[in-house]
Design a protein around this ligand. Structure first.
Ligand SMILES: NC(=O)c1ccc[n+]([C@@H]2O[C@H](COP(=O)([O-])OP(=O)(O)OC[C@H]3O[C@@H](n4cnc5c(N)ncnc54)[C@H](OP(=O)(O)O)[C@@H]3O)[C@@H](O)[C@H]2O)c1
Length: 284
């Protein structure tokens, strides 16, 4: 990719950090340098040399988005912020790469294809769906639907490793099924689509491999890390019973990867990336 014309937005998030590692010569801005909701900052920014924007910025606190403070913020960042970038990309002939989520669906269809109608269950999912609709209006866009993103930062694998280290045997939901998406895989997919000039549009973008539940993923994490701890299965309904402020989540997060494969991309199995990730985390 032409790093000279590349702008990474949201550079300090999980995906943003992986993008900075892959494209060290690109311009990378965090929310202090460029807030995608700040009209004046966006107007003052020099877009003249930008050919490709990768937007890694988002409000990703799914339960936080259900709160009185979080709801408007999620909409402001995920919907208005994405729309701001879509408008800038359209006006300046820029390619916009934007990341969406399986949470724009209710999780009843299996697998999710790129043409499925929106049916978000949560405020986060609704705000992401609104952002998707805006991004899809930009003539040159790649809208990538990721699931269960794992990179440098707070994520499920890190949380489970932390529990394992402390000898805590967790109870984990066994009825949400999907695949992990490592940021390394998301970066590889982005690089492939942009450098091969794949057709603009929406692509499911997760690791490949046999889908699994969060409970089974936890078992795998403990096996790879060498923690001899039992993981107890529970259902989503049971796990959240009596708890307030929990966002509803889709049970099925399995994405159909055939459109991505048809562009010539060969995916990496999440099981292998998980082992590599755990070894690196334990070596820290
Ligand atoms: N995490 C998942 O499991 C998951 C699953 C599916 C899809 N996705 C999508 O994948 C993408 C990347 O997710 P991630 O896990 O890498 O997110 P993340 O680690 O939460 O990072 C998000 C970044 O966005 C920045 N940001 C927030 N508001 C901003 C604003 N107004 N202007 C500029 N930057 C802003 C944050 O910076 P500050 O901290 O400085 O505010 C943060 O660095 C997102 O679009 C997300 O919706 C994530």
């Amino acid at each position: 990719m032409d790093q000279a014309g590349l702008l990474i937005i949201g550079a300090n998030g999980q995906l943003g950090r992986a993008l900075q590692a892959k494209y060290p010569a690109a311009q990378a801005v965090d929310s202090n340098l460029l807030d995608i909701t700040a009209a004046q900052q966006l107007a003052d920014f020099d877009w003249s040399s930008v050919k490709t924007i990768i937007n890694a910025a988002a409000y990703t606190n799914v339960d936080g988005a259900e709160t009185a403070d979080g709801r408007p913020l999620a909409w402001k960042i995920n919907a208005n912020g994405a729309a701001n970038l879509a408008q800038i990309a359209s006006l300046n002939d820029i390619t916009l790469v934007h990341i969406s989520s399986d949470y724009v669906f209710d999780g009843t269809l299996n697998p999710h294809t790129e043409t499925e109608d929106y049916s978000p269950l949560s405020v986060y999912g609704q705000s992401k769906a609104a952002g998707d609709i805006a991004v899809a209006l930009a003539p040159k866009h790649y809208l990538l639907r990721a699931t269960w993103v794992i990179g440098e930062g707070k994520n499920f694998v890190g949380i489970m490793l932390g529990l394992g280290q402390r000898g805590i045997a967790p109870t984990v939901v066994s009825d949400q099924i999907g695949r992990l998406t490592f940021t390394s895989e998301l970066v590889a997919i982005i690089d492939h689509l942009v450098t091969t000039n794949a057709a603009y549009g929406t692509y499911n973008a997760t690791n490949s491999g046999e889908p699994a539940s969060w409970a089974d993923i936890t078992r795998l994490i403990f096996t790879v890390a060498g923690y001899d701890l039992a993981v107890t299965d529970t259902s989503t309904a049971e796990y959240y019973a009596g708890k307030d402020g929990i966002a509803p989540r889709p049970l099925n997060s399995i994405m159909d990867l055939s459109k991505l494969a048809a562009t010539g991309y060969t995916g990496h199995d999440w099981h292998e990336d998980l082992s590599t990730y755990i070894q690196k985390e334990l070596a820290k």
